[in-house]
Structures are given as structure tokens and as C-alpha cells.
Design a protein around this ligand. Sequence first.
Ligand code: 13P
Ligand code: SF4
Length: 306
Amino acid sequence: MGWIDKIEQIKKDRNAVILAHYYTMPEVQDIADCLGDSLALSQFAQKTNADVIVFAGVYFMAETAKILNPTKKVYIPDLESGCSLSDSCPADEFILFKQKYPNHKVISYINCSAAVKTLSDIICTSSNALKIVQSFPADEKLIFAPDRNLGAYINHISGRNMVLWNGNCHVHNALKAENIIELKTKYKDALLIAHPECQQIILQFADYIGSTTQLLNFAKNSNRNQFIVATETGILHQMQKQSPDKEFFIASTDAFCNCNDCEYMKLNTLEKIYDCLAFGKNEILLSEEIMCKAKYPILKMLELSK
Ligand code: 13P
Ligand code: SF4
């Protein structure tokens, strides 16, 4: 029996579901019960009746699933699946940062640790960041963490002046404007679609900016046929599947290398997913206190995202 059949069988035995992000490898995406962006995956995790959740994504995503549905067993295929953006905001440093800005409310991007979530008033994802920011009165003093690029972009389109934590994602932050210009010169009719974790110098050229799901929907519904895609490479699998007649060119760090892979997302394999289900490997365990405190700002976001 191959891994796919073995996983299907054990999923039934354990009443389990597999959640996967678009940046995981194609074979992982293809066996998922829910494939989505951070918001959709959180919403699915909150509502599922399955006894077991295997989260093929990165650690903060699996942690969020556990917080939202604490009676379920939640597993992550590889405990090393971290996130450079989340790691760029250690909770102890964030406490000191907050102290410098009294009377500020804190909006944290979901790519942060449960500990940072406990220090936040509300969470957002790339698909709802503008809406969450705009839910605060215009004169409210705000801190946005941890992604500086997303925060700067939301400041730009909302006219707000949020204080920004200086964090970034090593994959998106490394994409180069020079490479975009080269691709634009080569593929003159192609539209540039970009994830808001990219730097402002790239976002300013973009024809469309959105979360992974929003980029997929834009490409599918557009009457144009060529797209330069400024995000992680894994998304191309669904893009090509959803729009087989369209052409996608992945933006990169330079002209010779398509190396904007998130190595953390790529740690998810079929074998490791099976091991979670068969042997209970890599269960997410959090203290009651952290779960209780971190849940509140996530629930506030989910309430505003209905
Ligand atoms: P999305 O919520 O847009 O899927 O983004 C998640 C992520 O980690 C981007 O790097
Ligand atoms: Fe984190 Fe960047 Fe990987 Fe997304 S692509 S999970 S932000 S390291």
C-alpha cells in the first residue's frame, strides 16, 4: 500500500482530518480535507467535528488550531516547521516594545507565537488585515506586529499611522524588485500579483495584492492569461490546477534561481503525516493559561470575519 492509501485508511480509523496550506508540496495539498489560507484553515479547524487534526503547515498554524478547538488532538508532521516571521517577534522583547507605547491597542498578524497572541487585542490575517485595522476608530493608537511589510502596506492604504514591529518573512522579504522588472520586461502582458508580506518596492508595482486564496481567486477569475506571482512557490500547484490554460511566472530572489521556497512548509511529507496518525507523533500541547488568553484575540478576528 502506498502512503496515500495508508493515510486514507488510518484517517477513517481515527476520525481525522488533514489541513494543508498552499505552500506545502503538491502531494500534500492533494490529500488535504481543507486546503486554504491562514484564515480559512483557522475557520475549518474551529468547526471540525473530527477527533484528530493533522496540520500540514507551520507551527503557529497548528497552535492556532489547538487553541480554537482544544478538545481535539492536533498534530504537526514536523516539529521543526517554524516560521521566520513568527520567530522575528520574541514575546519577551515584544513586552518591552509595548511598554514604550502605552495606550496603544495591539493588532498581531496570525504569523506569531501563542505567547505574542496573548499580548494582542486582536489577530488578523493577510486576507482581513485592512478590515481588522478599520474596525478601530480612526484616532485609536495602534501597534501592528510582527510583519513590517504588511503593516506598512495597511498604513499606506488605510491612511493610518500604526507603530510597526520590525519583523519580516525571509521568503517574501528576499524577493527583488530587479527580478520583477526583468519579468515584466520579458512578459509585457503579464499582471503582477503579490502577497502583502513582500516589500513596498514590489507592492508598488503590483496589479493585485492579497492573501494566498485571494491571489488564487484573482488569477482564476481574471480575463488575462499571464501572471507574475510574488509569493512562495507552492502556490503554483493550485494556480496551475485551477487555471490550466494560463501561464504563471514565479518572482524570485534573482534571475537565475527560483529559490523562494519556504523550507518550513516543505518539511511536511506524506510519510510524516502518516506517522502523526499512526504513532501520535508531534502532538501540539499548550498550557491552559496560554490557550485561554490567546483564544480571545483570535475569536475577535473570527467574529469580524464572518
Ligand atoms: P496566507 O494567510 O495568505 O495564506 O499567508 C500565510 C503565510 O504564511 C504567508 O507567508
Ligand atoms: Fe512564515 Fe514566510 Fe514560511 Fe509564510 S512563507 S510560513 S511567513 S516563513
